[in-house]
Write a protein that binds this ligand. Structure first.
Ligand SMILES: [Zn+2]
Length: 356
């Protein structure tokens, strides 16, 4: 499958925390025949690619879930009230399209908002809180929603947006780059390793429920018991009006990103230097980030067993945790190239040094 088509399928797939099945399908299709497949009991999808059966276990987790919502109440009039699954900022919600799985089809909804014509002066300058919002699916009443369509409390609600190339065709607008970019990257690495040696066993893992607390990373790592881990996630691009370098120094098109630390993990110093050296050797520019406002799957993985040397690599994305983000294709390509090169170096000699 050509890269753009793969990225489009990955981002288009609906997959919120606890409901990642359709992302699984895209990955299974892309990696068909490339690796042995297993699952943990929460739904994380594990692709095992053997280079040296006796080599160290290298875990490459990327989370399949994107942030979304769950219906928690249907009103008499047929509107849906909802709770967030993952970290939304209320201001990006109003007027956005969503999709809900009904009995036999997808139903489109919009997060309703009062038109400005009827807003009072004091309302205009205020953020509307999420718990005051509702989803309008154009239903007649509660019976229509619950009985005819089969949409009840507990139904997952998925964001909707288009995949498009922008003015610079390397800039791609889509939903869910966080973290389909990471899932796509480990999948491309597994493909890249098909016809070459690598001194280890690679576990590419599509994890579940990262956005609600790094949960699938924990369960899948407990199954795998990895010796080393490079997690894949997105960085927060800061190259836009109103964002300072102190808030985020990351720029689009300036290379893949290494997290030096986030709220959940500190990059393992030995692994950090190994990745930096590898990037230099491959002529790949690397950007660095600290993100104390969020965690990554490495946060769960590095605490498994006696501890797993871990860090997180990714690509900078603009407008993360909204209905649409922008990713630069060069950064993604650099990430795949760097990760492939890092995996090729991880033999027992190197991994044992990391364990000291
Ligand atoms: Zn993420």
């Amino acid at each position: 499958m050509e890269r753009m088509k793969f990225l489009k399928s990955m981002t288009a797939a609906p997959g919120i925390p606890g409901f990642e099945r359709q992302v699984q399908e895209v990955l299974l299709d892309y990696l068909d025949g490339c690796a042995a497949v297993s699952r943990d009991r929460l739904g994380s999808l594990i692709f095992r690619k053997v280079g040296d059966e006796n080599g160290p276990k290298v875990m490459l987790p990327g989370h399949m879930d994107e942030i979304g919502f769950m219906v928690n109440l249907v009103t008499d009039e047929g509107y849906l009230r909802f709770v967030p699954l993952g970290g939304w900022w209320d201001q990006v919600l109003l007027g956005q399209r969503v999709r809900i799985q009904a009995n036999d089809r997808w139903v489109t909804g919009v997060i309703g908002s009062k038109p400005p014509h009827i807003l009072k002066d004091e309302e205009r300058s205020k953020v509307v809180k999420q718990d005051a919002m509702f989803i309008d699916i154009g239903a007649r009443n509660r019976d229509h929603v619950e009985q005819e369509l089969g949409i009840k409390p507990g139904a997952p609600v998925f964001p909707v947006s288009e995949f498009e190339k922008m003015a610079d065709p390397k800039m791609i607008l889509a939903k869910a780059w966080d973290d389909r970019a990471g899932c796509a990257a480990f999948a491309e690495v597994i493909r890249a390793l098909q016809n070459s040696d690598h001194p280890n066993v690679v576990y590419g893992v599509g994890t579940v429920q990262e956005e609600v607390g790094l949960r699938g990373a924990q369960t899948s790592a407990q199954m795998i018991e990895p010796d080393v881990c490079v997690a894949l996630d997105v960085g927060i691009a800061g190259d836009m009006p109103g964002v300072t370098a102190e808030e985020s120094p990351l720029k689009m098109g300036k290379g893949p990103v290494m997290y030096l630390a986030d709220r959940s993990v500190i990059a393992h110093p030995g692994l950090r230097e190994l990745v930096i050296d590898t990037a230099r050797g491959e002529n790949i520019d690397l950007q660095f980030s600290t993100l104390m406002g969020g965690g990554t799957d490495a946060g769960s993985v590095h605490l498994v067993g006696a501890g797993v040397p871990s860090l997180t690599l990714g690509v900078a994305v603009r407008y993360v945790h909204s209905h649409q983000g922008i990713m630069h294709l060069d950064d993604y390509e650099g990430l795949v190239k760097l990760l492939t090169a890092v995996v090729r170096t991880l033999d027992w000699d190197i991994v044992k040094e990391l364990h000291k």
